[in-house]
Design a protein around this ligand. Structure first.
Ligand code: ZN
Length: 133
């Protein structure tokens, strides 16, 4: 079951340069960390009922570095929070959605995450996440 939009992910070249921009928009930083499994460093901003996640690559082979090289900075993914990520992955795979991993991966803030390829999702990269206990 989908519980809501957990966050919206935005690819940036540099957190140091982009964080002040989002602060200037009136958003407050609610956290930040490095996610080694995705080779990114992230900063989260509270935005009412949801959050905005800025993603900066930590390695040239990071998916974020590749995204910026081909499409530039900007909207990267939306994250839907689910109550049972394994059940959701099995259900969506059964419907023909192309999942980028067979098992959930560790995401930011102790979440488990899985991405759906934009090719099978109308051109939008969708992240599924299950928030830990
Ligand atoms: Zn995300």
């Amino acid at each position: 079951m989908i519980k809501g939009v957990n966050h919206i992910g935005i690819a940036v070249r540099s957190l140091q340069e982009s964080v002040p921009l989002y602060r200037a928009l009136g958003l407050e930083v609610s956290g930040g960390e490095e996610v080694p499994s995705e080779m990114v460093r992230v900063a989260f901003f509270s935005a009412g009922g949801t959050r905005i996640e800025l993603l900066e690559a930590t390695a040239p082979e990071s998916p974020i570095a590749k995204f910026i090289a081909t499409r530039g900075e900007g909207l990267h993914h939306i994250c839907l929070e689910v109550d049972d990520i394994r059940a959701t992955m099995a259900e969506l795979a059964g419907q023909g959605f192309q999942l980028l991993s067979e098992e959930p991966k560790p995401g930011a803030h102790g979440t488990e995450v899985c991405f759906i390829h934009p090719r099978s999702a109308g051109g939008v990269l969708i992240e599924l996440c299950q928030v830990g206990e």
